[in-house]
Design a protein around this ligand. Structure first.
Ligand code: MF3
Ligand code: CO
Ligand code: CO
Length: 274
């Protein structure tokens, strides 16, 4: 039987597969909990990568970013992405990159266990950060939360982008267009593409079992970005700061379940009235 449709349709997971996603998702969250106390002036992004790599190996898991994509021309050389200040995403950890007081840094991890991926990131502040940068980080978390809050069966992918874009632009920020969320499961980056901008009712409808990431990158200035000669590091064209948060989630019969929350953690999804 040829089930070619599966290659192009959204990632739809069974209850048994979702159990695996909960397991790897919770482990992904634990990796971010592990690196959080390391985020201090003087630490290198290489040290963060090493901690992620070692904990992943100790768990018997694999770092999906390492040498991703398979067979690519310039596979990603490290185990997580570390994106500092004007770096939008896909920053490459390096022993030459030392964190300084006042930096903001996104750490993005994607462990894989038994073939299933848990993709999550947070932006951390290094020591004392100025009010503008701290506000950008807080508002970017809120943008992700607003995007997650609209997820339920019958809602549309465009509703997610709309919620994120209206919140971020009302605060005077811009939303990155070049990178998006994605379907996820046994495949790291699958359909549908989850734009962080959009209009209500646009794009595919959400159905139970659909499993995806929401990972808005919000810039203090221009939304445009450019990729450096290393083929990965994306920076803002105007060198303004960029922040990002990411969760992996699944559409349930009644709403949404976040798969990359730490054990026992919760996220309140109530949104204030407009
Ligand atoms: N974790 C990133 C995402 O959210 C992807 C990183 S791919 C890498 O989709 F190769 F840069 F690691
Ligand atoms: Co990610
Ligand atoms: Co992702």
């Amino acid at each position: 039987m040829v089930r070619r449709r599966r290659r192009y349709g959204p990632v739809l997971l069974t209850p048994a597969e979702l159990d695996r996603m909960r397991e790897v998702g919770q482990f992904a969250a634990s990796l971010l909990d592990l690196v959080e106390p390391m985020i201090q002036p003087g630490v290198t992004t290489e040290a963060i990568d090493r901690a992620v790599h070692e904990a992943t190996r100790a768990r018997g898991a694999i770092s999906a970013p390492y040498l991703y994509p398979p067979g690519g021309d310039a596979p990603f050389p490290k185990h997580c992405c570390t994106s500092v200040n004007e770096v939008v995403c896909h920053g490459i950890p390096s022993e030459h990159h030392v964190l300084h007081e006042g930096d903001i840094i996104n750490v993005d991890v994607t462990p894989k266990i038994d073939g299933y991926h848990g993709d999550t990131s947070r932006t951390f502040c290094v020591g004392r950060v100025n009010d503008q940068a701290r506000q950008l980080v807080d508002d970017t978390f809120e943008a992700m939360r607003r995007g997650i809050a609209v997820v339920k069966p019958g809602a549309f992918v465009g509703d997610i982008g709309h919620a994120i874009q209206t919140f971020a632009e009302a605060k005077g920020y811009s939303v990155v267009r070049q990178f998006a969320g994605h379907g996820i499961g046994k495949i790291f980056h699958g359909p549908p593409t989850i734009s962080h901008t959009g209009k209500p009712g646009e794009g595919p409808a959400l159905v139970p079992g659909m499993t995806l990431t929401i990972e808005p990158m919000i810039n203090a200035g221009d939304w445009r970005c450019t990729v450096l000669a290393d083929h990965w590091t994306a920076i803002t064209v105007d060198r303004s700061h960029s922040a990002q948060f990411e969760h992996t989630l699944t559409v349930t019969e009644t709403g949404v379940e976040i798969l990359t929350l730490a054990e026992g953690a919760t996220l309140d999804l109530t949104v204030p009235d407009a």
